[in-house]
Design a protein around this ligand. Structure first.
Ligand code: UD1
Length: 335
């Protein structure tokens, strides 16, 4: 198939490109490098021996996007082009809604106008809000989102569901990611956020390379085994493989919703300990106040992914910690 990966130079998008190319698909990428780097495209080629067809611009430029659809006969879209920094979204809500929602609307319009049959959308477990019970199944009630980033994800899901309803020939897959971490085992691609990171693993990486002195652990008084927040960390390569399967198995028209998580919850201190042990590096930390908007526990029930996609997360927490460090020591140190 010929597949467009919108945001294909980004952290998750680049891993998706690798898995698609390795599965024998052709890949077209649109990316504006707003949170990624051009060399990622070379690394994708180095890993797979194949190149993507690349266009550099922001999808908000509708005329250019149209050109890509006119030039390429696309079978499917994987849409992961979005702004994703929670804290920044609170201070720049207009930019976040404008970028995330408009981009999604343009993708949907192109799909309709150029008769592209399916779209796989990067959604997030954030749409469940503060869960009443865990593990989270896809049937759990959607919750209150606490920031414009999360709200934009919930709105984009809604938009795509309405589009699927209006155009019943379309297949819309909403993949709800839990907490993607790790990097490709080659160490060539991984997460390299610009500025001070918000998320746990990128912050640990910056401490590990000595760029930041210590990790702040946001609260140790949650109702969890060690008091720190519990999340479902999923290796980005497992996550990427889920997209290849979604393209193949969710080809039938309609809306398909699926969690991508491991089903296991690990606390902040579990992650720190695993990272230290696997990589033999000390991660100094201090306990800080809870971060506003954080929840105690969130992990997936991955049953549907197994049943419908024949997907299970294969990589362990040790793999995630080892691969993260393998990437960080090669790439983050010289930045
Ligand atoms: C966060 C977002 C979520 C988004 C996801 C993307 C919030 C409230 N939620 O999820 O909307 O979909 O990122 O990956 O920001 N932690 C620390 N110290 C740190 C950073 C994090 O202790 O410096 C803790 C957090 O309190 C949490 C855990 O680590 O318990 C994971 O945090 P993070 O990586 O930011 O992910 P989420 O909060 O789950």
């Amino acid at each position: 198939m010929n597949i467009l990966v919108a945001g294909g130079a980004g952290y998750i998008g680049s891993h998706i490109c690798v898995e698609l190319l390795e599965a024998g698909h052709d890949v077209v990428v649109i990316d504006d490098f707003s949170n990624s780097r051009p060399e990622v495209l070379d690394y994708i080629k180095e890993i797979t021996g194949k190149a993507v067809k690349f266009y550099e611009f922001n999808i908000l430029d509708e005329a250019k996007t149209k050109q890509v659809f006119a030039e390429n006969k696309l079978d499917a879209i994987i849409h992961c082009a979005a702004f994703k920094a929670v804290g920044e979204s609170v201070v720049k809500p207009i930019e976040y809604y404008m970028n995330n929602l408009t981009t999604t609307l343009i993708m949907a319009k192109m799909m309709r106008d150029y008769e592209v049959k399916s779209i796989v959308f990067s959604s997030s477990a954030t749409v469940y809000g503060d869960p009443e019970t865990v593990p989270l199944t896809e049937d759990c009630k959607l919750g209150e989102t606490t920031n414009p980033y999360g709200t934009s994800k919930a709105m984009m899901e809604r938009i795509l569901m309405d589009v699927a309803h209006a155009y019943p020939q379309m297949s819309v897959s909403l993949l709800r990611y839990f907490n993607p971490i790790g990097a490709h085992e080659s160490g060539l691609i991984g997460e390299n956020p610009k500025g001070i990171p918000n998320n746990l693993m990128p912050y640990i990486m910056k401490v590990a390379i000595g760029e930041l002195p210590e990790l702040g652990v946001f609260g140790n008084d949650y109702d969890t085994p060690d008091g720190t927040g519990v999340r479902d960390y999923i290796h980005v390569v497992d996550l990427a493989k889920g997209h290849v399967l979604a393209i193949e198995k969710y080809a039938t028209p309609g809306v398909h919703i699926c969690n991508l998580g491991t089903g296991k919850g690990y606390s902040v201190l579990d992650i720190v300990n695993a990272f230290e042990l696997v990589n033999n590096i000390k991660i100094p930390y201090v306990i800080k106040d809870r971060r506003p908007g954080d929840i105690a526990t969130c992990y997936a029930d991955p049953t549907r992914a197994k049943e419908e996609l024949d997907w299970v997360a294969e990589k362990t927490l040790d793999d995630m910690c080892r691969d993260t460090w393998n990437f960080a020591k090669k790439h983050l140190k010289d930045d």
